[in-house]
Design a protein around this ligand. Structure first.
Ligand code: ARG
Length: 468
């Protein structure tokens, strides 16, 4: 049991209390951020004349060595320390002596942990954004290859109107585009440095907070020391953005599961990304998609957990805030893993274009176009709707699609039908004639994809602040 306090205590901490209070078991993953923040702090202390050049050099050298040793595995973070901050400081002092004890001048673990967590969240935002971008690249590739792959579009899970695979996947491209823009917003909003806020009321040492902030790639220092140590909004915002990403992935998963079902057969998941059954030899299950759908629950749970943890904490720091870590780490890990698995599954997926097309040809997805045909010949839309409804009923009776009805059969329902109806309701023209921006017509989609390509070239996060 090694801790950074004890002077005012006359008894040892109860062993179980120590364990209950300790966070090193999970905050050890912040070692890189903790060391990065401490190096910046030490450089600033020296610049301000608070520690000597020799002390600063010893601290920076010691911290760099600790990082190297942790990375090479020659030093392990032992759980005998209360938290990562205690561990790093103790190791530093072991290595460089008294200079190590001066590192904590003008700092508290409250602003230290707030900084560590911000540095961590910030770099994870960049990584998640990069993963989303890689997934968008895969989607764009599939979209470009499937501008003319006709499939049914659904409402209420009932066939509605024909669309294309490119168009359907484009909807997910849009979702991930919004996800990325949410991450950029969070990044910009959170990118202010809490270091120097002290325990809650700043410090009497002449710190240069702007200097540490800029060394660490922040826009500037935070402007209220009490808020600095007790703000976890950025964690909540990230969990919310992650929940939305999972919601999108979960909807996508659901579609993949449906498309992969025996009844639909729209897609075939690659063998490397599906699993078998221990009893039914014929089975090839979409477990990856099901797991992604299932893991959505735990990410939502972490968002609720954090909102609830924060809801009644009086200013400023309270130990409740230590609870910000495990859920956030788990949510980040989950999203990254799900994104990776899902994008690889999509990248290797086979699309059964013929099945999709056949499915679109059945189920009267061209009924609206048939009504539009009548409208084009002067029939008011309401009447046209009624006529086509009658026609669909006839088709069902005869087990035919609209285009399989003879012109005689069509004329029995309305004299307005002429030979050109067949071209008007062919799947190809149903899709091709939908050319308004955002519609599935291949020409319209091509223009949209050209915009997406331009979007992919830009680095939106870079605009939000420095990367590291
Ligand atoms: N482990 C603590 C946390 O994660 C570090 C801050 C401790 N501060 C304190 N006043 N006890 O929040």
């Amino acid at each position: 049991m090694a801790q950074l306090w004890g002077g005012r205590f006359t008894k040892e901490t109860d062993k179980n209390v120590y364990l209950f209070n300790a966070s090193v078991g999970f905050d050890k993953r912040l070692y890189r951020q903790d060391i990065e923040g401490s190096i910046a702090h030490a450089i600033m202390l020296e610049k301000q004349g608070i520690i000597s050049l020799q002390e600063k050099d010893a601290i920076v050298k010691g911290l760099t060595e600790i990082r190297e040793k942790l990375e090479s595995g020659s030093l392990e973070i032992s759980e005998d320390y209360e938290d990562i901050h205690s561990f790093v400081e103790a190791k530093l002092t072991e290595m460089v002596g008294d200079a190590g004890k001066k590192l904590h001048t003008g700092r508290s673990r409250n602003d230290q942990v707030a900084l560590d967590m911000k540095l961590y969240v910030r770099s994870e935002i960049i990584e998640i954004d990069e993963e989303l971008k890689a997934f968008q690249e895969i989607l764009l590739r599939i979209m470009e290859e499937n501008l003319e792959t006709v499939m049914p579009g659904f409402t209420h899970l009932q066939k509605a109107q024909p669309v294309t695979l490119a168009h359907h996947l484009g909807a997910y491209f849009e979702m991930f585009l919004r996800d990325r823009s949410r991450l950029t917003d969070i990044y910009k909003r959170m990118n202010f440095c809490p270091l120097g806020a002290g325990a809650l009321a700043g410090t009497t040492y002449p710190l240069d907070r702007g200097y540490t902030a800029s060394m660490l790639g922040f826009e500037g220092p935070t402007l209220n020391s009490m808020d600095s140590v007790s703000d976890r909004d950025y964690v909540i915002e990230l969990l919310s953005a992650l929940s939305t990403i999972m919601m999108h992935l979960s909807r996508f998963s659901e579609e993949v599961i449906i498309w992969n079902s025996n009844e639909y057969g729209f897609v075939e998941i690659d063998d490397a990304f599906s699993t078998g059954s221990s009893i039914m030899p014929q089975k090839k299950n979409p477990d990856i998609a099901e797991l992604v759908r299932g893991k959505t629950g735990r990410v939502y749970g972490h968002l609720m957990g954090m909102l609830t943890t924060m809801k009644a904490i009086p200013l400023a720091y309270n130990k409740d805030m230590q609870e910000d870590k495990e859920g956030t780490f788990d949510a980040i890990d989950t999203v990254k893993e799900c994104l990776l698995m899902f994008m690889q599954m999509m990248d290797s997926m086979k699309f059964n274009k013929d099945v999709m097309k056949r499915s679109a040809a059945r189920g009267f997805t061209n009924a609206t176009d048939a009504a539009d045909y009548l409208v084009g010949r002067g029939v008011p839309f309401r009447d046209a709707h009624g006529i086509i409804g009658e026609l669909v009923l006839k088709c069902i009776e005869k087990n035919k699609s609209i285009e399989e009805m003879s012109i005689g059969e069509l004329k029995e329902i309305s004299e307005v039908f002429e030979e050109d109806i067949y071209d008007a309701v062919s799947l190809k023209s149903c899709v091709e004639r939908r050319m308004t921006t955002g519609a599935p017509g291949p020409e319209a989609m091509k223009a949209v994809i050209a915009d997406y390509r331009k979007y992919m070239e830009k680095d939106y996060l870079e605009k939000g602040g420095k990367k590291k």
